[in-house]
Design a protein. Structure first.
Length: 405
């Protein structure tokens, strides 16, 4: 999902015109008015900053990097002041005064630090359908935040300007976990979303913010590539209320050439999330000539049914040229419809077509009686008929998901 850099849209619960806010004005107003909601004790940063000094934003240029620097949670110490990162499958071995692949974690004298705790470079209020999550609180908004960095380099990345940057290269604001929760409350967002770049690389901030949110009655969701080690996954995403995984393709060659990563760890992540009982949805961005083969669609659908079950929502999403793949065309709608038809035939119950406004395959239908249960127009859920007990009102078939707050 593209991270906007200026306009703050869909500010639920406020009479202010969203178009009158830029990112910093929005956050300054929100944080100043939300600071009184309270703070709690979190892991101490390398140099503690009083909350009073952060309730109004001063901008990255006048802030000390020390307030964003926390000891990392997922690494092991090696001889010679080296460390081995245990966050993602890369397992970077990092020497003193060096950083790992993601560029946001640094070895300082044999201790590994994250440089992006509370260092928010994108913050917006988005419809939950934009993530996309279709079986999670339809029609609600999420306070969506990101820091710089990523542990892969997708050639089609929409947000490459933040995902492929080091934290000191882009403007950012200090938003503590409790401030994030306060902003979500202020704007009537039942959820905080960690998105835009790659939440794997800011796992510590994600975990602390999820704890602060839950204490305030605010949920957490993550939009992720799923390229993560098992222990880190269980600890960090174990705090999430829902997860959306971008499954880039269903071949190792694609992951190696287009993503700079591996497929196998992502599939293992999906299986682990299933075992953990986390509500999970999958997005597959269909790129012409690269991952649009019918055999791949069929293999993907068969794997999902066998390993995750038929009720995991699968979104086949339309590609638009971006970043390093501007030479390829937009995905034809018939290609997306073919992918959906194959997945339907393989027995998946909830297969959607994304990035095609007005397409009927953006709606949710009961797999038993085929009645429409959730109607979507763009990123808006215009009709939601699923009962409080998560059943179809027409035939009482159970519809998996998190439908009501």
């Amino acid at each position: 999902m593209k991270a906007k850099s200026v306009a703050i849209e869909n500010l639920a619960g406020t009479s202010a015109d969203p178009r009158s806010f830029d990112r910093r004005s929005f956050l300054k107003c929100a944080l100043a008015s939300g600071a009184a909601l309270g703070t709690g004790k979190l892991a101490a940063p390398a140099a503690a900053v009083p909350m009073a000094a952060t309730s109004a934003l001063s901008g990255a240029a006048t802030q000390s990097d020390a307030q964003f620097t926390f000891e990392a949670r997922f690494y092991e110490k090696l001889p010679g002041r080296k460390i081995r990162c245990k966050l993602c499958p890369r397992e970077c071995i990092v020497g003193d005064k060096e950083r790992g692949y993601c560029g946001v974690r640094e070895n300082r004298g044999g201790t590994y630090f994250t440089l992006v705790h509370s260092r928010v470079c994108a913050a917006h209020i988005d419809p939950i359908e934009k993530k996309p999550l279709f079986h999670y609180l339809p029609g609600t908004n999420a306070f969506s935040i990101a820091t710089a960095g990523c542990n892969v380099n997708c050639k089609f990345c929409q947000n490459w300007d933040i995902s492929q940057s080091r934290p000191e290269e882009i403007p950012a604001d200090y938003i503590s976990p409790h401030q994030a929760a306060a902003v979500a409350q202020q704007y009537n967002c039942p959820t905080i979303a960690y998105t835009y770049s790659e939440p794997v690389v800011f796992a510590e901030y994600l975990m602390d913010t999820a704890d602060a949110g839950h204490a305030a009655g605010v949920r957490s969701i993550v939009v992720s590539n799923g390229y993560m080690q098992h222990d880190a996954l269980e600890q960090a995403y174990g705090k999430m209320d829902a997860v959306k995984i971008d499954l880039k393709a269903f071949t190792e060659s694609y992951y190696a050439k287009v993503v700079t990563g591996q497929l196998k760890p992502v599939l293992e992540t999906l299986v682990t999330l299933r075992k953990m009982g986390k509500w999970t949805e999958i997005v597959y961005l269909v790129i012409p000539t690269l991952n649009d083969d019918e055999t791949e669609f069929r293999g993907l659908a068969q794997w999902i049914k066998a390993n995750l079950g038929p009720d995991v929502p699968l979104h086949f999403t339309q590609f638009h040229p971006e970043y390093l793949l501007k030479n390829l065309p937009i995905t034809p709608v018939p290609t997306l419809e073919r992918a959906k038809a194959i997945a339907d035939a393989e027995g998946l119950h909830y297969v959607y077509i994304g990035n095609v406004p007005g397409h009927p395959s953006q709606n949710t239908y009961c797999p038993q009686c085929r009645k429409m249960l959730v109607e979507r127009v763009g990123f808006t859920a215009s009709k939601m008929l699923i009962r409080k007990d998560s059943t179809c009102p027409f035939c009482r078939h159970k519809i998996p998901g998190i439908w009501h707050a």
